[in-house]
Design a binder for this molecule. Structure first.
Ligand code: NAD
Length: 281
């Protein structure tokens, strides 16, 4: 049972692929909280039965778009405003993809065409979503634009590859656009930096199981789940966060503030004699 936190709010949710996706959980919660919204994803993803089911369940129209294509994005806003009957109050950017990760190119042997794609799909698309919304004047005052990030934007985490650069750019775009969107239209822009989460995109990261286990043990509150992330997104779309903008908000059980825990210290002391000095990638 929801609390009508998003009653009368209209939104666009990008990036629900299957029931593991963070965007999927956000869609379910937003529906529970009384929002009306459209769903968008690539043409291929939109044709998948699961996305169609989510649309039916949430009474949401599905609008295909490549988030790197400005014309597609214009259509998403136009159609969303038609079906929802007015301007938009919240947008979720839950999009990420690296061909270097997919094709197992390591960070010191990147394919630069792939890198361009990584940055375009995973970061610049957030700029495009905001620029199109800004130019079309499609977002209501006190609207909320939100994207999902990861702590690899600030710290090097083995295996995250060029997605770390994409996340750093994504967070910078949120600040830069947040200033203009706030000043001109009273729209807030933030990123939520989420714990590693077992989703399709997450499982592409090299050594994701070890990384998830490490951050779970290192975080005083443990890893945050996709569902918990969705709850935070709903709060960020609600009127309870109207003056929060240009922030990267950690939602990670405390991981990003930890250096060494007693548990990790004990483990380190135990295993020190058998140290593996290998630096294989
Ligand atoms: N899973 C994690 O560990 C984790 C941690 C922190 C942040 N995030 C971020 O959360 C967001 C959502 O990822 P997820 O973990 O739910 O995985 P996911 O695979 O379910 O979602 C990624 C989505 O991006 C979409 N996408 C890819 N290319 C696109 C394009 N050109 N146009 C439009 N959509 C496109 C995919 O279709 C998919 O729906 C991503 O930004 C991801 O980096 C994930």
């Amino acid at each position: 049972m929801g609390s009508n936190l998003l009653k009368e709010k209209k939104g666009i949710i990008f990036g629900a692929l299957n029931d593991k996706s963070i965007a999927w959980k956000v869609a379910e919660k937003a529906f529970e909280e009384g929002a009306e919204f459209t769903l968008s994803n690539t043409m291929v993803a939109c044709r998948m039965g699961e996305v169609v089911e989510l649309g039916k369940k949430c009474n949401a129209e599905i609008i295909p778009a490549d988030a790197t294509n400005v014309e597609d994005l214009e259509n998403v806003y136009k159609r969303s405003m038609e079906v929802l009957g007015g301007k938009i109050d919240f947008v979720l950017h839950s999009i990420g993809m690296s061909l270097n990760v997919r094709k197992k190119r390591v960070y010191h042997d990147l394919d630069y065409n792939y890198l361009q794609k990584t940055l375009d799909i995973s970061a610049i698309s957030f700029h495009k979503i905001m620029q199109v919304g800004f130019k079309m004047d499609a977002i209501n005052p006190w609207g909320s634009m939100l994207a999902l990030s990861y702590v690899a934007a600030q710290r090097t985490l083995y295996g995250y590859n060029d997605m770390a650069d994409a996340k750093a750019l994504l967070e910078s775009i949120a600040r830069s656009f947040g200033y203009i969107y706030g000043r001109e239209k009273k729209v807030r822009v933030n990123t939520i930096s989420q714990s590693p989460t077992p989703t399709t995109a997450g499982s592409g990261v090299k050594g994701i199981d070890g990384l998830m286990d490490f951050s779970d043990r290192m975080s005083p509150l443990g890893n945050a789940s996709a569902e918990e992330c969705a709850n935070y997104c709903i709060v960020m779309f609600s009127d309870f966060t109207k003056k929060v903008t240009m922030q990267n908000l950690f939602h990670d059980g405390g991981f990003s503030s930890m250096g060494m825990s007693i548990r990790a210290m004990n483990q380190y002391n135990k295993s020190f004699d058998n140290e593996d000095v290998s630096t294989k990638y």
